[in-house]
Design a protein around this ligand. Structure first.
Ligand code: ADP
Length: 539
């Protein structure tokens, strides 16, 4: 009996420790409400809702009793009984989506509080059991005092904004199980003179100095006459993985697809799925009896993942007419490559492949960037080229392209997870005009952006696209808006590279001054101030 109490307390403690070991705010813990929604959603979810790495819109929930006239508590009672599901609240309260979010938050706070209190109780029991084991006293005579939780989940959730978001735009498109939204400060860098047009760059970030630094880079470029861009290639990719009975048929499939007439047949099926999808090529990669087909297609102003996935599904139907033994293992076979580091995106491109250049006059390097051309060129070799080579980098031959890419992506409703490959960039610098001026370029082969679809139509994100004059579809020239956005990404990255590299080069100088002049106390210098001011801390 005595042993049982101890072992039960221990088990119960272990249970709660294990279940709650991860950060509760990250939603990793065993939250009752989430268990509730998972238990129904995982069983009912249509697996077709997930195409490759991109999650498609969830299916509509079945309507049962009308809960719109009920009080919040009555709805919570129904949720507790399992008669309605937390993830279906919006479907059940279609005329008041804010209320659905509000009820879900209330339920979540209550369940987290309960769960936490239970964990504290189990902990107290465990401590009492350990004391009794150490002292040999009957555990029932040791009082267990359960501490009162210092966590108040309901008050914490008050800080997660609920109002002023149009949930109708979120529902079925951008997020599920919504409990609010995260406000992220948006700063503006620029204007940047890009292809002879001034551009103001919105950046959503919580990294101090990032906007200031990019702004300084924009100023240096603009004062030097601006930057020019070229788009070398434009096409979103998707690569399903297929299995053939053996290598002979795998080889035959490759040959069949590489025949021009057969390609046209596949392309015609692919293109029939959208006004904007136009298949450009298919790269066939064979590994044993597995065949990977990397489809590349233009996608108008959409980033294009959904669009290309639809086209690929249709194209596979054609292939299966000729090769009925094909097994489609997955619509995404990772050769796409979406949201993962890969050499294929770096070498062959994905989305828009953009190159941007500018010549910065020596005076501006000195007056705005507080450094000199030679130091910048040398540091670019030592850090961005040799350093990254020594790190075995793929596509990371830059100082902090992903800082700018991610801030711009969040501001303009792009998929920020695509910063992985969209930040592929090589920054090159040369001394030109007898060493007086600096030539800089950034080459970015896989910028994945769209001005329609995804999060681009949410009001705040649309406002940022408006600042760039690229919101929505370009009716006159489909694809022109998303292409312009890609040029802006490259221009902004170049500004960021220029500024951070200058700060680092100047910082190097400051340190070496200190080293070689130990006797004198370091005085605050304008350079030193500008170094700390212009150095985003993540690099
Ligand atoms: P993604 O493929 O980036 O996820 P979607 O395919 O979901 O984007 O969204 C693009 C939608 O917008 C499609 O339904 C498409 O027909 C429509 N659309 C309207 N105008 C354009 C345009 N100019 N370029 C691309 N898509 C457009």
């Amino acid at each position: 009996m005595f042993k049982n109490i101890i072992s039960n307390s221990f088990k119960s403690y272990q249970y709660y420790s294990l279940k709650n070991s991860s950060n509760i705010f990250k939603g990793q813990s065993s939250i009752l409400s989430l268990q509730r929604s998972f238990s129904s959603s995982t069983t009912k979810e249509d697996p077709k809702n997930c195409i490759g790495d991109t999650v498609l819109t969830p299916h509509k929930a079945k309507k049962e009793i009308n809960i719109e006239t009920l009080k919040d508590q009555e709805i919570i009672d129904l949720l507790d009984k399992g008669e309605i599901q937390s993830h279906n609240l919006e479907a059940r309260l279609p005329h008041d989506l804010r209320r659905a979010v509000h009820i879900r938050r209330k339920l979540l706070a209550r369940d987290l509080q309960k769960e936490h209190q239970k964990m504290l109780q189990a902990q107290a029991m465990m401590e009492a059991a350990q004391k009794s084991l150490a002292s040999g006293v009957d555990p029932s005579s040791i009082p267990t005092v359960t501490p009162i939780s210092t966590l108040d989940f309901e008050s914490s959730l008050q800080n997660l904004p609920l109002d002023h978001l149009d949930y109708s735009k979120v529902l079925g498109a951008c997020c599920e199980n919504v409990i609010g939204y995260i406000p992220i400060p948006v700063g503006v860098a620029g204007p940047l003179l890009l292809d002879n047009k001034p551009v103001s760059i919105p950046m959503a970030t919580t990294e101090g100095c990032l906007v200031a630094s990019t702004h300084r880079g924009c100023k240096a470029i603009t004062k030097s006459g601006g930057a020019r861009t070229v788009v070398l290639q434009n096409g979103m990719t998707r690569a399903p993985v297929l299995r053939l009975p053996g290598v002979i048929r795998a080889g035959e499939l490759k040959q069949w697809i590489e025949n021009q007439e057969n390609f046209y047949q596949i392309a015609s099926a692919f293109n029939s799925t959208s006004r904007f999808a136009r298949l450009k090529n298919i790269k066939v990669v064979v590994a044993g009896r597995l065949v990977y087909l990397r489809f590349r297609s233009s996608t108008g102003d959409a980033m294009g993942m959904n669009m290309v996935s639809k086209g690929v599904e249709k194209a596979l139907e054609v292939l299966q007419e000729y090769f009925p033994e094909i097994e489609v293992l997955s619509l995404s076979g990772n050769l796409c490559t979406d949201k993962k580091p890969s050499a294929t995106n770096w070498l062959e491109g994905r989305g828009k492949s953009v190159v941007c250049e500018a010549t910065i006059s020596g005076d501006i390097v000195r007056d705005v960037l507080k450094t000199n051309v030679q130091d910048l060129v040398q540091l670019n070799i030592d850090k961005n080229l040799v350093g990254s080579a020594m790190a075995g980098s793929i596509g990371g031959f830059n100082a902090h392209a992903s800082n700018i890419v991610t801030a711009l992506y969040i501001a303009t409703g792009q998929d920020p997870a695509q910063n992985v490959e969209s930040s592929n960039c090589i920054t090159l610098m040369e001394a030109v005009n007898d060493g007086k001026d600096l030539y800089i370029s950034v080459t970015m082969p896989s910028i994945e952006v769209g001005t329609v679809g995804g999060g681009t139509f949410l009001p705040a994100q649309s406002a940022c696209l408006d600042l760039l004059k690229v919101r929505g579809a370009n009716v006159a020239k489909p694809g022109a808006n998303s292409e312009q956005l890609a040029r802006v990404v490259a221009g902004a990255v170049m500004a960021g590279e220029l500024s951070l590299m200058s700060a680092l080069a100047a910082g190097h100088l400051v340190r070496s001054h200190l080293k070689h002049n130990r006797k004198s106390e370091p005085k605050p210098q304008s350079d030193a101030v500008s170094v700390s001011h212009n150095l985003p801390h993540s690099d």
